[in-house]
Design a binder for this molecule. Structure first.
Ligand SMILES: O=C(O)CCC(=O)C(=O)O
Ligand SMILES: [Fe+2]
Length: 298
């Protein structure tokens, strides 16, 4: 699931002139996607990497990928590097921002005062899908690592959601299919449908098609009936049992197909308050919407 860029391709990509992108509402404009594609496909082997990305994210057994762009991150300015990564992302699906007040790429830094289990908190960030309580969550969530935790914590964790569900007893799966779950607030969001409350975790579509609409954060932060909470807890445990973990390095670009895998992050190392803000772990997050009829949205 890790993809390295051949060095000839890196050398070519460093020189591609990518202009600033434009937005069409909260989505990357079609004209920008076409312009980036035209620039990038001039480079031999870019198309092969793009095809590998799509296959790894939507093919049998796949669902996430880490594209290793560390050398390009070092060689390019921040602005030019983000354009290049946006060009890779647009080969998978359409980049968009669900948060009207944020730019396309949203910072996830480290905030020592925040709820430790939430985005940018310092604690364990339990298995979840992003925008879980919209009727149409992003098909893909992506995280670009700018800096990892200098104290050595913060492994990324991923787990195959459908595989975890398939290991549960039938009775638990029946409870997960009931509209009995809720999580969080839904305010001022674009491109992710309406608020879904309450929602079923399993939506009855064939395995691998629908979302496993889950966040383990609901176990502590939402009021659930005891039976429904137990079923959710069993799912959370199966996700942990099946997890893979790895450390994102600067320039690594993680793309997660939210219809297949759930993600999270181990706690950062203790002592974050001693790390200057500008040296703390920093990721940039971008969401993608599958193009109609490309199979991954089915
Ligand atoms: O910090 C991380 O690695 C993951 C953050 C995350 O999943 C989120 O903010 O939604
Ligand atoms: Fe997330």
């Amino acid at each position: 699931m890790f993809i390295d860029i051949p060095s000839e391709l890196e050398t070519d990509l460093i020189d591609r002139p990518l202009p600033p992108w434009e937005l069409d509402g909260s989505f990357l404009a079609q004209s920008s996607m076409e312009e980036y594609r035209t620039q990038l496909t001039v480079t031999p082997r870019f198309g092969e990497i793009a095809t590998t990305l799509r296959h790894t994210l939507t093919g049998a057994g796949g669902g996430y990928v880490v594209l290793r762009l560390g050398n390009l991150a070092k060689a390019l300015s921040g602005v030019r590097f983000r354009r290049l990564v946006t060009g890779f992302a647009a080969e998978v699906a359409v980049p968009f921002s669900p948060f009207p007040r944020w730019p396309l790429w949203k910072d996830i830094g480290v905030k020592v005062d925040k709820d430790p289990g939430k985005s940018s908190g310092i604690g364990y960030n339990a298995f979840h899908m992003d925008l879980v309580n919209g009727t149409l969550p992003p098909d893909y969530t992506t995280l670009l690592c700018v800096r990892s935790d200098s104290l050595g914590g913060g492994l990324s964790i991923l787990s195959d959601a459908h595989a975890a569900v398939s290991r549960l007893p039938e009775a638990s799966r029946a409870l997960l299919a009931e509209s009995a779950y809720h999580y969080g607030t839904f305010f001022d969001l674009f491109g992710v449908g309406e608020e879904y409350k309450p929602f079923p975790i399993l939506d009855g579509t064939a395995p691998g098609e629908g979302f496993v609409r889950f966040t383990a954060k609901m176990l502590e932060r939402s009021q659930l009936s005891p039976a429904h909470a137990d079923a959710a807890r069993e799912l959370a445990e199966e996700l942990v049992r099946g997890q893979v973990s790895f450390m994102l390095q600067p320039g690594d670009y993680l793309i997660v197909n939210q219809r297949r895998f759930l993600h999270g992050r181990e706690a950062l190392h203790s002592g974050q308050e001693t790390v200057p803000i500008n040296d703390r772990r920093l990721l940039l997050q971008l969401f993608l919407r599958a193009r109609a009829g490309d199979g991954s949205a089915a």
